[in-house]
Design a protein around this ligand. Structure first.
Ligand SMILES: Nc1nc2c(c(=O)[nH]1)N[C@@H](CN(C=O)c1ccc(C(=O)N[C@@H](CCC(=O)O)C(=O)O)cc1)CN2
Length: 296
């Protein structure tokens, strides 16, 4: 058996951002500049990095970036008031509240306060419902990125068996909806699923999004399957004061000997998340101004 093709999400994301930048340049000729507002509450170190990268990449594609950094002790009412202001601001076409939020804030209440037309994370219950019923929706960025990588490698996904390992609102559930929409036969598996390895072995497409480092072993994978690893897990540092290695939910070294193709961590799905956020912001800006959103 030959080793799997390693899917280069970093390169794919760079190409997607270049397409977004081309479209933004076209809109500039018509006097429209898409704007993305990102809200960070508190000082989660990983979130700080993601928010910084989002702001930088937003500017790089020619959009306006609005960053709002709030104290860890921020009250829910104050955050809701900021969301309301951003909903009303015509320069802001996309709004994103970085997750996780501190414990005193009800994340669902905040997400559902965002205007669904500006909900570029696609987490609002209206967008979740639209996706589930096959209507035009803003689609969560990480699952959208996974779908793009799959369609790029496999073309038409019709009839393929897909197993989504994980049932979160931000990855597992929307991923399952997208794969259903692409005519896959979809199973959503999770920690209570009986005989997980056997269920996963049925998959032509295996999406690992459980948040457990290197959980998916080589004998969970059907030979030749396409494996998409959404996990981002930081291992304990090997030396005191060092930085722990970043690994996915899949045992990459072992599984690449069984799979047909596999995404690495880092450099697989992660970079697609921000590229799709920019694509969603472009979509939101086009729709808000009566334009048809481009197919990227
Ligand atoms: N409001 C949101 N919050 C969160 C989301 C989200 O989509 N919307 N997703 C994650 C975090 N996230 C974006 O916010 C994100 C995670 C990972 C990456 C990424 O590029 N990862 C790199 C590795 C980065 C590193 O070295 O740490 C990779 O996999 O190559 C981008 C964005 C939770 N919160």
């Amino acid at each position: 058996m030959t080793a799997a093709e390693v899917i280069d999400g970093k390169a794919f994301a760079a190409r997607l951002r270049a397409k977004v930048a081309d479209q933004v340049a076209q809109l500039a000729l018509e006097g429209l500049q898409p704007g993305l507002a990102v809200v960070l509450v508190g000082h989660n170190p990983a979130s700080e990095i993601y928010v910084r990268n989002k702001a930088r990449q937003t500017l790089e594609v020619g959009m306006r970036s609005f960053e709002h950094r709030l104290d860890a002790e921020t009250r829910q009412d104050d955050l809701l008031a900021l969301v309301e202001r951003l909903n009303r601001d015509p320069a802001v076409h996309g709004i994103l509240v970085q997750l996780p939020l501190p414990a005193q804030i009800d994340a669902a209440a905040v997400i559902n306060a965002i205007d669904p037309a500006k909900d570029v994370d696609g987490f609002h219950v209206i967008n979740a419902g639209r996706l589930a019923t096959g209507q035009d929706a803003l689609v969560p960025c990480t699952p959208l990125g996974c779908l793009m990588l799959l369609q790029d490698r496999l073309g038409d996904l019709s009839g393929l068996r897909a197993v989504v390992l994980g049932r979160s609102n931000i990855v597992g559930k929307p991923m399952a909806q997208l794969l259903l929409g692409a005519n896959c036969t979809v199973t959503v598996a999770h920690s209570r699923t009986r005989d997980l390895p056997a269920v996963c072995r049925e998959a032509d497409i295996l999406i690992a999004a459980v948040g457990r480092a290197r959980m998916v072993a080589a004998d969970w994978v059907k030979p030749g399957a396409t494996v998409i690893d959404v996990g981002i897990n930081r291992l304990e540092p090997e030396t005191p004061g060092g930085k722990g290695k970043l690994v996915g939910d899949v045992d990459f070294e072992a599984v690449k000997e069984a799979a047909g193709a596999i995404t690495p961590v880092p450099g697989g799905v992660g970079p697609m998340t921000i590229a799709c956020l920019l694509a969603n912001t472009l979509t939101a800006a086009c729709r808000a101004t009566g334009r048809t959103a481009p197919r990227l």
